[in-house]
Structures are given as C-alpha cells and as structure tokens.
Design a protein around this ligand. Structure first.
Ligand code: UN1
Length: 476
C-alpha cells in the first residue's frame, strides 16, 4: 500500500484502493491508502501548525527544495511518463511531455521565490512612507482533477510552496500514482514536516472535510462546475480565498481565408489529442460556409485515420477514455447529438484492441446548431461538433454563445479578423492559428464567465492567489 503523507510521516490506513489502467483494465498499477475524516483533519492540523515556521523560512530553502524537486521530475521523465500513461491513458509521448512540463513548473517557481517583490508608494501625507508587501495566505487546500495527473498538481503545489504557504493535497481518485510520486519527491527534496501533506481518498470524505475545515485559508480547485459551485458555497462562510477552474466549451473558428492545413491540424490536435480530455479542448468547430465542405472533408479523413490504442503502444495516436463512466458519457453525448439532427461524419464507435480498455474512435459530428446539447455542455472526450456559419460576425456570435469562457481559437490569415477576435472573444485565453489546448507553463492560465473564478493560475500572476497584500505606513 502506498501511504498518505501527514506531518512528514508516511501513514497507512485500514483501507486501500487500486488505480486501474484504462488501456488494460486487468492492469492494477498499485494500491493507495484511503484517508478518512480523521486523517484529513490530521493533515490540515499539520499544515496549520507548520504555517508560521514555513512562512518565515528562508527563501533559499524554498528555492532549493523546489529546484531539487523539479530536477528529479525532469531526470525521471520517462519513468514518470510511463506511470502517467498507464494510470490516465495519455499516450506515452504526451505523458512524458506533461511530466516535463511539471518539472519545468517547479524550476520556474524555484526562480520565483527569489523574485518576490513589493512596492514603496509615496504617501499623500508628508513624511509618511507606504510599503506594500505580499504575505503567504496560510494553509492551501489543493483539489486536482484526473486529466493532468502531474502538471496540474505541479502548477498548484509549486506556487503555493514558493510563496510560503503550506499544503493539503487531495488528488483525483483515478490518478493517485502520479500524486504519490510527487509527494515522495517533495518529501525527499527536504520539505519540512507538515508543509506538504498528501491525502489520497474519496472526494465525499477527504474533499468534504477540507471544505468544512476553517483552518484551510484558500482552496485551489480544477474540475467540474458542479463541484466548483460546492467549493465556492462551502468557502464563503469561512471567507476563504478560492480559485476555481471549471472547464470549457471552447470554440475554434475557421474562416474562409484560413490556411486549410493549419486549420485541420489545429482541430485534430485541439479536439482529439489527450483523448479530448482537456478543459481547453476545441470542442466546437465553427466554420464559415465557403470553406465548410473542404474543411470538414479534410478533417473527417484525418480523424478516421487516427489510431486509437493502448497508451504505451508507440503506434497509438490517441489513448483510451479514462474510465467506463466517462465512456458512457461520451457515447451519450454522441447519441443525443445525432438524435437532435447532428450527422456522425467520422468515428464515434467503441473499438476493440488486444487489451480490454475504453477505446473510442474520435467522433466528428457535423450539421449541428448552437443550441444543441453537444454545443452547450462540456463532453470531456474525443468528440467535436461542427457549426456552419455565414461569415466572421456570425462566427464570433456563435463562439461567444456559451456560458463557458476558457479559451477560443481562430484560424485565419486576416490581421483584421484575428485582431478583432482577440478583443471580442469572451474568454481568458485566445489562440490565433494554434490549437486551443496546449498552453505555456509560465504565463497566466484561466478563463472568464462560468469557466473560472478567482485570480489566474501559472506564471508570476499566481502570486495574486497565493499571497495576501499588506500595506504598511510609517511615520518617522
Ligand atoms: C493545456 O491545454 O495545456 O484541465 C492545459 C485542463 C486544464 C489544463 C489544460 N486545466 O484541461
């Protein structure tokens, strides 16, 4: 059994569960301790007790720990990538790229520890000095999703520690393996007892205990809207800081003047790589009518040729869906889209491979309307819809016709339309001639509308969430 990490000690529990390889359900990777309420509370208490010491710790110590962790992650990228691919189902090359990204995030925040700055502002009162400084928030609860088992934990844990906070980390139930590996690396990198705690276990128990506990000063969450709403509601009575990332229904607009090859590549990559299981996935392809048939024809050909298979098979382009429940949800969305008038132009069927896994041929549904369910709800699978529009103005209107606002992409060679789209897309991130998914690790990440709440993740902008500002006045 892989234990919990509480107050610097490895803790086993009476109950453990295994993580199952979605490419081969007969492959149980390992067994992980399941925290109950008392273990979750012990982790929170340890983090609360360690706050004062860690907030006063030297910057050099924080830097060195983050650097050590980042270097180890990079040095072990092949092995950790293999674990990630087995556990989550991303193909190996994508999994190694995700591990690399996680390592680089740690190195970035190692550097950020040395760049924390404040401001000196002149007072309106003669002789008075005003200093603005940033302080740690305290105990940060981290609730992470399954689709990026190491990169998302990294981009929450590294800034939390960098800015002097202590952490209680609850990974997603499907992917405890990468979380445990990360905890082991941090522990051996010299994180003092209580500063970083790992509590694997069910959301209903561990997550709920975290939400209810007044000692947690901030929660950063990535996952579904429904859970995000619960995090928000439970945090208000505690006046806790929250940062929520809750998905998307990201449009990729293809205009008549687009380079067709680039547009098809953006759509394939954005909609189907990582099995489409990304909150940044290009799930709505909005195509102007003069290029529609050529684009759809070329895309359908590419999509049909994508090889779905075992994540560790070098010939696979796309790995399996993460589990049976997600597969059922994907198939339901495809069925409803067809019932509502959509045309299944490519894929959409469950395929058999040598191993027993959740293999779904990527689905392209054409002739859809903006008000169909497939264009309103996040599918979180290898499923994309096509909406035909007259011109740029209608494309922009359809792109913005959603409660989500994470990213939006446009494929065009027109400076006029790309500039206008960058201004008017109601999202946190805009991509021109690039897939909506696959972001840099050192720049702000986040959305608007119902996709995100709170300040941005990643880069130096993460300081907004992981610190509080203090204004100090001095009269000589
Ligand atoms: C990416 O597209 O590179 O859950 C990152 C997600 C996002 C991360 C996407 N928070 O899919």
């Amino acid at each position: 059994m892989k234990p919990l990490l509480i107050n610097g000690a490895w803790v086993t529990t009476s109950h453990a569960t295994g993580n199952i390889n979605p490419s081969d359900v007969s492959d149980v990777i390992d067994e992980y301790a399941q925290a109950g309420r008392s273990e979750a509370q012990a982790a929170i208490a340890a983090a609360a007790d360690a706050c004062e010491m860690w907030s006063r710790s030297g910057l050099q110590q924080r830097h060195d720990i983050l650097q050590c962790a980042g270097q180890e992650i990079l040095a072990r990228k092949d092995e950790l990538g293999n674990l990630l691919a087995r556990e989550e189902g991303k193909i190996l090359s994508e999994a190694i790229a995700e591990v690399t990204r996680a390592g680089r995030i740690f190195l970035f925040y190692a550097g950020e520890t040395l760049r924390l700055r404040g401001e000196v502002i002149a007072s309106v009162r003669p002789g008075v000095g005003v200093e603005v400084t940033r302080e740690p928030v305290g105990v940060v609860g981290i609730i992470a999703p399954w689709n990026f088992p190491i990169a998302i934990p990294a981009w929450k844990i590294a800034p939390a520690l960098c800015y002097g906070n202590t952490v209680v980390f609850k990974p997603a139930e499907l992917v405890p393996g990468c979380a445990w590996a990360l905890a082991d690396i941090l522990h051996r990198s010299g994180v003092p007892a209580g500063v970083f705690n790992l509590v694997t276990g069910p959301g209903a128990v561990v997550g709920q205990t975290m939400l209810e506990d007044a000692r947690i000063d901030a929660i950063t969450f990535t996952g579904s809207q429904a859970t995000g709403d619960r995090v928000a509601a439970a945090s208000l009575p505690h006046q806790r800081k929250i940062q929520l990332e809750m998905g998307g229904k990201n449009p990729l607009v293809i205009l008549d003047d687009a380079d067709l090859e680039i547009a098809v590549q953006c759509a394939v990559d954005g909609a189907f790589f990582s099995t489409g299981q990304r909150c940044t996935a290009s799930s709505r392809l909005i195509v102007t009518e003069r290029v529609h048939d050529r684009f759809v024809g070329a895309l359908a050909e590419r999509v049909s040729a994508l090889r779905v298979g075992h994540a560790l098979d070098a010939s696979s382009d796309i790995g399996p869906v993460v589990d049976a429940a997600q597969l059922a949800q994907d198939l339901d969305h495809i069925a409803v889209a067809r019932a509502q008038g959509g045309v299944l132009r490519a894929g959409g069927e469950v395929v058999e491979r040598e191993t027993n896994g959740y293999f779904l041929q990527p689905a392209l549904v054409t002739e859809t309307h903006p008000d169909m369910r497939i264009n309103r709800e996040e599918v979180f699978g290898p499923v994309a819809s096509v909406v035909r529009v007259r011109d740029y103005d209608e494309a922009l209107a359809v792109a913005n016709d959603t409660e989500f606002g994470l990213c939006a992409g446009i494929c065009t060679t027109s400076l006029k339309y790309s500039s206008d789209f960058k201004k008017k897309a109601q999202v946190g991130m805009v991509m021109v001639n690039l897939p909506t998914a696959g972001v840099d690790y050192h720049v702000p990440f986040g959305g608007s509308k119902r996709s995100s709440y709170g300040s941005r993740e990643q880069g130096s902008y993460a300081a907004e969430f992981f610190t509080r500002v203090k204004t100090a006045y001095t009269s000589p």
